[in-house]
Design a protein around this ligand. Structure first.
Ligand code: TXA
Ligand code: MG
Length: 328
């Protein structure tokens, strides 16, 4: 039954995906970062369903996705110089710009804010979809607060029972090559500020803006940037160095815990691409778990160094640890 339903949801035709979106359906779309749960931005009822299907609190703003940079002007009142520079160099790609919101953007998208987050994703199938609609809102296609999806299987595991075959769909574009969400840069403040580290390294944003970038740290101004997020069900412990990793694994094992180690790569591109898949595997792995007693399992991850894509991975792991094992 479940397998049938899953197969009925998966499509591979962007034209069909666009038709479903225009009819008010929800379509999980592949992007270079993660899969997004898309609704037509002009369809209020479909946008409401996105919040329901994800279990996401209303008021958390959604990112608007459009086919090309030329279309951004339809949705914003101004594109400051810094935004033009970043758009020119990074789009299509894993960058979201927060810009002054234009009158066509519905309140439900921005949670009533005067700004809108907008991006031009780089995935050929999703570009083909976006060329056939005005634009879509697309939060990551996972249940609220849980680990983001980088494959069709992840989307189906999280959302299949909440989507309706024939009305909704999952567009199969393979595994997401970047693996962490877009970098969000607020260009409505001067200097601009990185609100979320992501697929474009913060150092690159800094360089492109010739250093005119505000500090990343400080109180987060966007709701939805909760401390606990991206969370596995099992407790997640973080360590900084290999030596700490060995010690922590040893300590937990001698206390009788089953330890799942999130192995780190020296290559940060691979670390980012594999992060969510590894978190999900560590969360689901039942090897050696003969009595199905999950309480004993714990995940230990070593943080990558704080440069390049390491910023985004550290951000996600820290939030995942804060929400792991039922903590919120
Ligand atoms: O890579 C991505 O950005 C993926 C793919 C699917 O495009 N999308 C994504 O969406 O990560 P979501 O909803 O999981 O995260 C959107 C983040 C939230 O933290 C939200 O607070 C922030 O974007 N955001 C959206 N609009 C904003 C705005 N006007 N001002 C500040 N933050 C905003
Ligand atoms: Mg998300």
């Amino acid at each position: 039954m479940t397998a049938h339903r899953d197969a009925d949801l998966v499509i591979d035709d962007p034209v069909r995906a666009a038709t479903l979106l225009r009819s008010g359906g929800l379509v999980a779309l592949p992007t270079e970062t993660v899969y997004g749960l898309a609704a037509d931005v002009t369809d209020h009822v479909a946008i409401e369903r996105v919040f329901d299907v994800k279990g996401r609190p209303r008021g958390h703003p959604l990112i608007l996705h459009v086919a090309s940079p030329e279309r951004v002007g339809d949705w914003v009142t101004d594109v400051p110089d810094a935004a033009s520079i970043l758009a020119e160099r990074c789009w299509p790609g894993p960058l979201t710009l927060v810009l002054p919101r234009g009158p066509r953007v519905p309140d439900s998208v921005t949670g009533g804010r005067a700004t809108v987050g907008i991006r031009v994703p780089a995935h050929p199938m999703t570009t083909a979809v976006l060329e056939r609609v005005d634009g879509v809102v697309a939060p990551s296609a996972n249940r609220f607060g849980r680990v983001s999806p980088t494959s069709v299987t992840h989307v189906l595991n999280d959302l299949a029972d909440r989507l309706v075959p024939g009305r909704d769909a999952v567009l199969d574009g393979g595994d997401c090559p970047v693996g962490v969400e877009s970098t969000i840069v607020d260009c409505t403040v001067d200097p601009p500020q990185v609100l979320r580290p992501g697929g474009i390294p913060t150092e690159d944003v800094h360089r492109l803006l010739e250093g005119r970038l505000g500090p990343t740290s400080g109180p987060s101004r966007a709701s939805g940037m909760l401390v606990a997020h991206y969370a596995p069900r099992r407790p997640l412990h973080l360590v900084e160095h290999d030596a700490d990793l060995e010690r922590e694994v040893e300590r937990l094992r001698s206390a009788g815990r089953r330890v799942h180690v999130l192995a780190d790569e020296s290559d940060l591109v691979v670390t980012a691409r594999e992060l969510y898949r590894r978190l999900r595997t560590a969360d689901d792995d039942n090897n050696n778990n003969d009595n199905n007693d999950d309480d004993n399992d714990v995940i230990v991850a070593r943080l990558p160094p704080p440069h390049g894509l390491g910023h985004a991975v550290r951000d996600r792991l820290s939030k995942a640890a804060a929400g792991s094992g039922g903590r919120t």
